[in-house]
Design a protein around this ligand. Structure first.
Ligand code: SF4
Ligand code: SF4
Length: 222
């Protein structure tokens, strides 16, 4: 899932303070799961912004709505009947959703309430970790199912750097060395000879380095 966290309230107040009529939109998908931008967070944020406006003596009218998904035109359309009553959308969706609002409603400000951080999953209650950097050409079958791009701080592709110590990354000892994790998996799988295979230089054209990407499934397009 996409993992995000709410921006500091002070930053959101500064971003929204020029507006008197604000539509706050949450999303029922990833950002609900990571407790950043679902219905509950929208309610809490609306209350905090209303209090801040009252304290500053600013008029502020807020409408709250939480859509099923904010990265899908079908759901983004659901605010069309009332969006003209508001000056700006404060999006509690991930930054993909915020851009869907900007694209769909060109005359409305689309403001991000969240910092969208990474693709990852839950480790424990309240803890999420990055697992994929969206390189566009997955090599997990060659690395024991552990991603050297998302989980090695230097994106090393052929074994660890010289800073790997006791299974920890030199960038931060709290981070497990991605290549230690890969080695441990190869041991567990009985595939240690794979470690000696030299991986060719990666073609980063399939990643962000190749520019904004698009997937077109002709079997699904109308
Ligand atoms: S190899 Fe690429 S697609 Fe596969 S998990 Fe790593 S970043 Fe994601
Ligand atoms: S210590 Fe390990 S995870 Fe950290 S940069 Fe070096 S190889 Fe990558």
């Amino acid at each position: 899932m996409i993992v995000a966290e709410q921006k500091p309230l002070k930053e959101i107040i500064a971003m929204t303070s020029p507006f008197k009529k604000l539509l706050i939109v949450g999303c029922n998908e990833c950002v609900t799961v990571c407790h950043a931008g679902g219905r509950k967070e929208v309610e809490q944020l609306a209350a905090a912004l209303a209090m801040a406006a009252q304290k500053d003596g600013r008029p502020l009218e807020i409408k709250e709505v939480t859509l099923e998904r904010c990265c899908d035109p079908e759901y983004i359309e659901q605010v069309r009947p009332f969006i003209d009553q508001y000056e700006a959308v404060l999006s509690c969706a991930c930054s993909v959703g915020t851009q869907y609002f900007a694209d769909t409603y060109p005359t409305k400000w689309a403001l991000p309430a969240l910092n969208t951080s990474f693709m990852g999953g839950s480790l424990a209650q309240g803890i999420w970790a990055e697992r994929c950097a969206g390189c566009g050409n997955c090599i997990l079958h060659e690395t024991g199912g552990i991603c050297p791009i998302a989980r090695c701080s230097k994106r090393m592709l052929n074994g660890p750097c010289g800073g790997s110590t006791g299974g920890h990354c030199e960038v931060n000892p709290d981070i497990p060395c991605g290549w230690q994790l890969i080695w441990d998996r190869l041991v567990a799988l009985g595939r240690t000879p794979d470690y000696a295979k030299i991986m060719a230089a990666k073609d980063w054209n399939t990643s962000r380095d190749g520019g904004p990407r698009k997937i077109v499934r002709e079997d699904l397009t109308i």
